[in-house]
Design a protein around this ligand. Sequence first.
Ligand SMILES: [Zn+2]
Length: 473
Amino acid sequence: MMTSPRRRFLVQSSSLVLLLTAPMIARGATLLSIRVWPAPEYTRLTLESDGALSATHQILSDPPRLVVDLQGLQLDNALRDLAGRIKADDPFIKDVRVGQFKPDVVRLVIDLKQAVKPQVFSLLPVAAYQNRLVFDLYPAHSDRLMAFMQQQETLDRQLQLGGESTSPQTLAQARTRKDDTLGDWIRQHRSELDSQQAGQPRQFARADAPRAASADARADSSPAQRPDPVRRDRRNFRTVLLAIDPGHGGEDPGATGPSGVHEKDVVLLIARHLRDLAQNTPHMRVMMTRDRDYFVPLWTRVEKAQSANADLFTSIHADGWFTPEARGASVYCLSEGGASSVAARLIAQRENAADAIGGIDINSRSYQVAKVLLDMSTTAKINASLKMARPTLSKMGELVHLHSRQVQQAGFVVLKSPSIPSMLVETAFISNPEEEARLQTPAYRKQIARAIFEGIRAYLDTNPPLARRRILT
Ligand SMILES: [Zn+2]
């Protein structure tokens, strides 16, 4: 009765994907796969099983290590293999050891290169995945945002403790007060947070370093002063920081074409072409929300761009559709109310599902903070976004086939930056066999990147960056 079918696992990546060929049988759950996704910001360890896994964990120091006890498992060779497969360049994990700790408990000891603050959460089955137990290993650092979150957690606990002896009305007032405080705090500390986080290179996949001695040096008199986004040179230009957001990544493959090409892979390649074009342009710098194959939550993409003081935000996708005939590129902006079409609403729903598929801890304080942040979008910001999206769509129309001749609008979470003009480009339909094949050719990917780049440049010609500040602040 416990013989579980062998499982073909779909995610292809450069990261470790350990397929357990002889599934490990636990009481009530079978361990199917262990995946490790190393990334500059955090490393994710995912244990996938066909039922909820029973596990406990603890962090030990000297040397730092994470110890995970999996109940009801017997050790086998596949799990022993895990240790040998950790990449030497993983920023957080040095080694993984496994042992049969007790007759029915397998212990994983993850030796760490630095102290971490793990976020541990489980996910119910979604898309191609069954139950997942996720360990996100973040560097254990203390900053003001973290201190604030801890403060809020204390308040949460007080609210919970007071629940029995306090009237529901008083509790509701206290919660409202708490939410107000949270929003106020973010507003008051925005610039402080931005500068604090911008000073932590580990948080950003910044791509501007190689240009320090070339175009930027011409744009600004001193390279040390380059990060100041409002600095203008004698010709009244200032350097524009473009945030490029390759959709999906890691556990979230995005849409998959008929021959198995993943959206997350082709959009990363297009994004890199766009980055190269922008980096070779005077007065332009680039930050990427990811430049490897790992999952970045939607709000984190926004937060990264905000923290870096990006001027523009472009998310790059190649979605699938229900029928293989759909083809061509589209450009989307955020909508204030409903979506501009049923198709736009569906596309936004699919893109917004990225967090559920990639996996986020919705109970974490940082997610709660982000929700407040993402509700600050304004009409002015959306109008500025449309000004960028329209020339982009028109330039794309000159170089690639268009799906829609109008900029579409819908409730994309990734476009909810409170102050940065943002657009999402669906470069093609990966579900269309012809477009899937084209997306695999470097020439076509470069053509798409060129079209987006020309669109952004056309926008900047008529809307220099200072205009954004006048409109939005
Ligand atoms: Zn997508």
